[in-house]
Design a protein. Structure first.
Length: 627
């Protein structure tokens, strides 16, 4: 079934509080074809076409994930630690030990992360995947600010160099010439020429003649060379002071951005200042990221919904023939084996009726449960799973698209009604739990297919692990903040030394500053290939590593799956259908996650056959789930 561009009715609100203060608008309650303006046809004798869908809860406006990702784009290299690593490497060389690595920024922090977010999310030629557990707007806003700060720093450095070139051209030229001569003498070519010149008498004579000819050419220009050397002694400290001041201002600006993300600030910036085009793109993404289309891909041996989490568990699938309930289990088993069954009209149902019942039962987990606690931030919504190959063709929408207008909403409303065979896009019911201040997101997707009096009910758990340490930067406070501000001048000097080393290498290779900067930026910037990507998955761990977080994740999956299977079993029993075969399959699935005398939850099955495949190209290898 192709993805349709139809408008749907207003989705059913999640809670009364979410709709409070919003002005109601007259909208159609029946899906309407956007081309013909006529209502969609429905089959006589069956339920009317669905006009509502379970809408997502609003994305959290402020939590640790948003602050950590937004703050990480303003992170800078710790030059003091780098100096310690260089000294330690020198000691390693003397003592004959393996050289230690020099610490720096990885792809999950600083300007590389900001560039990745802008290229693959904000300015990408594809729709952003749904963001679970956090909102994209603040992170994209700070990424735009980080890019603007990088451009401003480059402009100031270039302006300082041009100013020194206009006021002291001889001094700057003398510095560049001295750098080139030193590069030649210490390089491979210079050492080869020196070895050749002292290898025999004839090469020595030729080398002496070349040096005499060079001296003859330079001698008439001695006064100009003397002035150039004097000016270079003036240009060098000026360049050092100017460059260090620029880097110091850059680091102070980073600290200011970080302080704007401190926990006491309840309102985070969602739009960049004086950037109308970027603000328009962020507004469009803020709307489209709440649309409930989600792409799936095959990684290793496991199917995964992009954006729902790198830790995708094996699916739990049940398949039963619908038969009438019997008083004897033996009679029921015989009837199921022979396939001789005849359902009454009251026993027949549709897949969307079953999903509605499961949704209503899961929504009860949001409130206070009997003699226990409610699941934290439990959200129940519906998603339309589409192939990864079709993701780039989905419309992104414009800045004027309202949140109630979702291009694929009507297709999701009607998707579970027809036979599923031959449909690439299918509707899933998703139950999601957000815990640990947004660091842990557990989502269990459920799909029901009814075809040929055979019910197929499948669950697909996904887990989003916490952010990597480099992508979870928190603002400093108290004495820690005072210490970082006091160390900022030392870091700025280190930035100047690093820039001088980079310029020394670039000039030595015969590259200009602009071409080298362009090459370096092109090396960092990934290519947008149109495939769906997730900023949270890019910066997150593959699996949870903390013991308590892992226990919570396993418990959430067990609770959600158990409630889904028990609801399906009760639904079948209410319709007078046999549930024995379904219960046996559901118990086998839940035993894959619950074992032990004390009901300790784990992620293996009783036979030890469930394994998690390693996804190629993922940030980290996934761990096996062995019993």
């Amino acid at each position: 079934m192709p993805l349709l561009s139809w408008k749907a009715g207003v989705p059913r609100g999640r809670t009364p509080d979410s709709d409070a203060g919003q002005k109601s608008e007259p909208v159609p309650q029946i899906p309407v074809n956007g081309k013909t303006g006529r209502p969609l046809a429905y089959v006589p004798g069956q339920r009317p076409v669905r006009s509502e869908y379970a809408r997502r809860d609003p994305a959290p406006s402020s939590n640790s994930v948003i602050r950590g990702l937004a703050g990480s784009v303003h992170e800078r290299v710790n030059r003091i630690m780098q100096a310690q690593d260089w000294v330690g490497r020198w000691q390693d060389k003397i003592q004959g030990r393996p050289q230690r690595p020099i610490r720096g920024l990885d792809e999950f922090t600083g300007e590389p992360l900001a560039q990745w977010a802008l290229t693959n999310v904000l300015y990408a030629r594809k729709r952003p995947v749904p963001s679970f557990g956090f909102a994209l707007a603040p992170v994209l806003t700070h990424s735009v600010a980080a890019r603007r700060q990088r451009r401003l720093r480059f402009t100031l450095l270039l302006a300082t160099s041009l100013y020194m070139a206009s006021t002291h051209p001889l001094g700057l030229a003398a510095l560049v010439l001295a750098m080139l001569v030193w590069q030649f003498l210490t390089g491979r070519a210079g050492r080869a020429v020196i070895r050749w010149g002292f290898s025999a008498l004839v090469p020595t004579v030729l080398l002496a003649a070349a040096l005499l000819a060079l001296w003859t050419f330079v001698k008439p220009h001695q006064p100009m060379l003397r002035d150039a050397v004097v000016e270079s002694l003036i240009v060098a400290p000026y360049l050092l002071i100017g460059t260090t001041s620029i880097h110091l201002l850059d680091r102070l600006a980073c600290h200011a951005y970080m302080q704007s993300l401190r926990p006491s600030r309840t309102q985070l910036a969602k739009r960049p200042f004086l950037a109308p085009y970027a603000a328009k793109k962020i507004t469009s993404h803020e709307v489209s990221e709440q649309w409930q289309s989600i792409a799936y891909r095959r990684e290793g041996n496991v199917d995964r919904f992009v954006g729902a989490g790198l830790d995708s568990w094996m699916r739990g699938a049940t398949r039963i023939q619908l038969t009438s309930a019997r008083t004897s289990d033996e009679e029921e088993d015989n009837l199921s084996a022979t396939g001789a069954f005849d359902l009454d009209a009251s026993q027949k149902f549709e897949a969307d009726e079953l999903l509605d019942k499961v949704r209503d039962e899961l929504e009860e987990l949001r409130g206070a449960l009997v003699e226990t606690h409610a699941l934290p931030n439990c959200d129940v919504a519906e998603f339309l799973g589409v192939p990864e190959s079709r993701w780039k063709s989905l419309g992104q929408g414009g800045g004027g698209v309202s949140k109630s207008e979702w291009p694929e909403a009507t297709e999701m409303c009607t998707e579970a009604r027809d036979a599923p065979t031959g449909h690439f896009s299918r509707r899933y019911l998703a139950a999601q739990v957000i815990a640990w201040d947004g660091q842990i997101v557990v989502t269990v997707f459920a799909h029901a297919a009814l075809e040929g009096n055979t019910l197929h009910f499948v669950t697909r758990p996904h887990v989003q692990a916490p952010l990597t340490p480099s992508a979870n930067v928190t603002p400093a406070k108290g004495w820690d903040l005072a210490r970082k501000l006091a160390e900022a001048p030392l870091h700025a000097v280190g930035d100047t030394v690093a820039l001088a080393a980079w310029a020394y290498t670039a000039v030595g290779r015969g590259l200009g500053l602009l071409s080298a900067a362009t090459t370096a930026a092109a090396a960092v910037r990934p290519r947008d290939d149109g495939k769906p990507v997730s900023l949270r998955e890019h910066c997150g761990r593959a699996t949870t590593e903390d013991m308590h977080q892992t226990e919570d994740v396993q418990r959430y999956v067990s609770i959600l799956q158990s409630r889904m299977f028990s609801t399906v079993s009760a639904f079948l029993a209410d319709h007078g259908l046999a549930t024995g075969d379904f219960k046996r399959q559901a118990i086998a699935i839940t035993q894959n996650f619950i074992s032990g005398d004390n009901n300790q939850v784990n992620t293996g099955n009783m036979g030890g056959g469930m394994q998690q495949g390693s996804a190629p190209g993922s940030p980290a290898n996934r761990t096996e789930k062995a019993g």
